[in-house]
Design a protein around this ligand. Structure first.
Ligand code: AMP
Length: 175
């Protein structure tokens, strides 16, 4: 097994970028991990393991798309994008929330999730948990059941886990 196959070594492929996108924020850049096919595969496998019998994987714009789409294929589920305001055509449901830096609105297409569907939510980073909690609320607004939330990494000091209380969630790496 190469170093890149060991989940513990995936951390070496996360690049810390200080003061991006704003002073005081350490941006956790997952691009080096995505660029390493062995590491990417290990990550997708691990993200897929959190929940079984999933009908839909919701990936959060934009790095959640990159991770969520292969997770959907691997789990035999459909892929649904949760997008920033104004990007999705047709009828949408939307929710506004606060970020670690700034504010955002996320949307799902109204027919993207059907009532009773089992949904796994995927994103790269769990920080304050606002984005993930908002996405879970959108899924539930459409009648879906959130059976898990999978993240590549969790910034534990920011308390995201508390925002996801009551949901099953997992992260490959914790900082
Ligand atoms: P939050 O809503 O605070 O949990 O923020 C999570 C969302 O913002 C995810 O979609 C991340 O991609 C992004 N994000 C927040 N903080 C960081 C960070 N320090 N490094 C990289 N991405 C981040």
């Amino acid at each position: 097994m190469s170093a890149a196959h060991d989940p513990h070594d995936l951390a070496r492929l996360i690049r810390d970028v200080p003061d991006f996108p704003e002073p005081g924020i350490i941006f956790r850049d997952v691009a080096p991990l995505l660029a390493d096919s062995a590491a990417f595969e290990v990550a997708v496998q691990a993200l897929s393991e959190l929940a079984e019998d999933v009908d839909a994987v919701v990936g959060i714009e934009s790095r959640g798309f990159i991770l969520g789409a292969p997770v959907a294929l691997r789990t035999g589920a459909g892929f649904v994008p949760a997008r920033k305001a104004g990007k999705l055509p047709g009828e949408t449901v939307s929710v506004a929330f606060a970020l670690e830096y700034g504010e955002a609105v996320l949307e799902l297409q109204a027919g993207a999730i059907t009532p009773g569907q089992r949904v796994l939510i995927v994103d790269d980073v769990l920080a304050t948990g606002g984005t993930a909690a908002a996405t879970a609320a959108l899924v539930e607004q459409l009648g879906g059941e959130v059976v898990g939330l999978s993240f590549l990494l969790e910034l534990t000091a920011l308390g995201g886990a508390a925002r996801l209380e009551g949901y099953r969630h997992g992260s490959l790496l914790r900082y």
